[in-house]
Design a protein around this ligand. Sequence first.
Ligand code: SF4
Length: 96
Amino acid sequence: MIRTISEEHLARLQEGREKAKLLGKEGDVVITNPLLQAKAAPASKVKAIRAMCASCMGCTESYQEPGWKQQVADCSAFNCPLHSHRPYRAKKEEVK
Ligand code: SF4
């Protein structure tokens, strides 16, 4: 199933673009929320995994848990199917 960004988030994105335009920073608006990034690029497995891990650490489409990236890096749920594919892990843990 292809998921799309909700009307609410589209409206907020448009609002941000209009603000940036007023500030002369058009084109500088970047989606930083991993859940919204995944929705904006539904074919990206990397973004889907990052969104799942962010969600697992308490992030939502409107909230990012402080320190969630480090929490994902330190994740000790070795039985999770995504564990060896999670973002922010140490390089020595990279899957070969
Ligand atoms: S790897 Fe860890 S942070 Fe990512 S989904 Fe699994 S349990 Fe959650």
